[in-house]
Design a protein around this ligand. Structure first.
Ligand code: ZN
Length: 415
């Protein structure tokens, strides 16, 4: 589907260091992202378009945007694919509740998402891939698992069709993405879209691959399967494999996707005989008043609402970058105001006629981003230069412009 407009990355002299980042599977120590043949493939799980983009989403996409910028600065090519889950339970339920066609709802919310991403200067993915436009390839992936004998079917009441599940007992290494205990998995599976109590399941955690047609729900016939629609996890496995090839170098998303979504995405690839991803990178949750920001809780701070209230998108970006991606944080109005103040201060500092040499600051920003993507520290490095410049310290007339281009290139902040 249509993505959003290209964002130009200004050229800056020199080259950044290679990126090391926290991989959920590898543990605490950052691991180097090397890619293959000079290219890094990144697949980031996209939105389910039934409500507007909140700060938790924005944090995820800005984090992977910065990862892409740092990798490019180190001389690597980046191939980035993101999906849109444009048919799914919550979307269908919201459409029924609001009395609108689910396709119109998905289209409108996806359009708003593109607007938010454009405002935040997020680099567009090489491909934004909808599930509806990918039904054939997803169904083919399900059919291959059926042929491989790693699935089973359960009858559906009042329907001629059958639901198809992956048999996790056939998947070696299940659980290695999250390293969660069975108790942890059981505790969240229902709230995260699983159906452990479905009678007949071999393992309550077995993921749904194909949901047989139900009255009033959209369905498709593809790949020799009875009419139905794909389960959530297989969509990403199939789209990532089709567009990027397996293993992908980085599977990304919010930390609430570690289990079951990324665990199951990997399990389905393993069941088909492939490794899914070399590394798993997760944006931690953004909260409000101590609770994770989520549609189901209704405690959302929307990017579009902040913009409508006159907050600069670049201040929103600075707010996000002021927090490490791998630690949870809470939104506050004070923090939003501080980010706006910081943006104004940067504008002041970067519009002087001359300032202290930019080269040491640029080298330090490159280093701190490459070593675990420490964006808060990168911002503080800019702060320190800005304060010197505002004080009128003499120096290099080229420095303000060079630093402004660096901030744009590496952090995506346009002052
Ligand atoms: Zn996904």
């Amino acid at each position: 589907m249509q993505t959003w407009p290209t964002v130009v990355i200004p050229a800056i002299p020199g080259r950044g260091q290679s990126l090391s980042i926290h991989d959920t599977v590898a543990g605490a120590e950052p691991v180097p992202v090397t890619g293959h043949d000079g290219q890094v493939s990144i697949y980031v799980c996209g939105i389910t378009p039934y409500d507007a983009t909140h700060l938790g989403h924005a944090a995820t996409y800005v984090t992977f945007d910065v990862i892409g910028r740092v990798l490019r600065d180190a001389g690597l090519r980046v191939r980035y694919v993101q999906n849109v889950t444009d048919v799914d339970e919550p979307l269908l339920q919201r459409a029924v509740r609001d009395g609108v066609d689910w396709r119109d709802l998905a289209e409108a919310e996806t359009a708003l998402f593109r607007e938010d991403m454009t405002a935040l200067a997020v680099l567009p993915p090489d491909e934004l891939v909808g599930v509806v436009e990918s039904i054939d390839l997803i169904a083919a992936a399900v059919q291959r698992l059926v042929t491989d004998g790693v699935t089973y079917a359960l009858p559906v009441e009042d329907s001629a069709g059958e639901d198809i599940y992956l048999d996790l007992a056939s998947v070696p290494g299940f659980g290695e993405v999250s390293s969660w205990s069975r108790e942890q998995m059981d505790a969240v599976i229902v709230e995260r879209g699983g159906d452990p109590n479905r009678p007949g399941k071999r393992d309550p955690l077995d993921p749904l691959l194909w949901r047989a047609e139900r009255p009033g729900e959209p369905s498709w016939s593809a790949a020799g399967l009875a009419p139905g629609r794909p389960g959530w996890h297989i969509e990403c496995t199939a789209i990532a494999a089709d567009r990027l090839g397996l293993p992908i170098d980085i599977q990304g998303g919010g930390s609430d996707l570690v289990f079951p979504h990324h665990e199951m995405s990997a399990a389905q690839a393993t069941a088909a005989g492939a490794e899914f991803a070399a590394a798993y990178v997760h944006q931690e949750m953004v909260g409000l008043h101590g609770h994770k920001m989520s549609k189901s809780k209704g405690n959302l701070v929307l990017v579009s609402r902040l913009r409508a209230d006159g907050v600069s998108p670049m201040a929103i970006r600075l707010l996000l970058l002021a927090h490490r991606y791998d630690a949870p944080w809470d939104y506050t109005e004070d923090a939003m105001a501080a980010a706006t103040t910081r943006l104004e201060r940067w504008r002041e500092g970067l519009s002087v006629n001359e300032g202290p040499s930019a080269e040491p600051v640029i080298a330090a920003i490159r280093e701190t981003l490459a070593n675990g993507l420490d964006t808060p520290h990168a911002l503080r490095l800019v702060d320190a230069w800005v304060e010197q410049a505002v004080r009128g310290e003499p120096g290099d007339p080229a420095a303000p412009g060079l630093l402004a281009r660096t901030i744009d290139a590496l952090l995506g902040v346009r002052v």
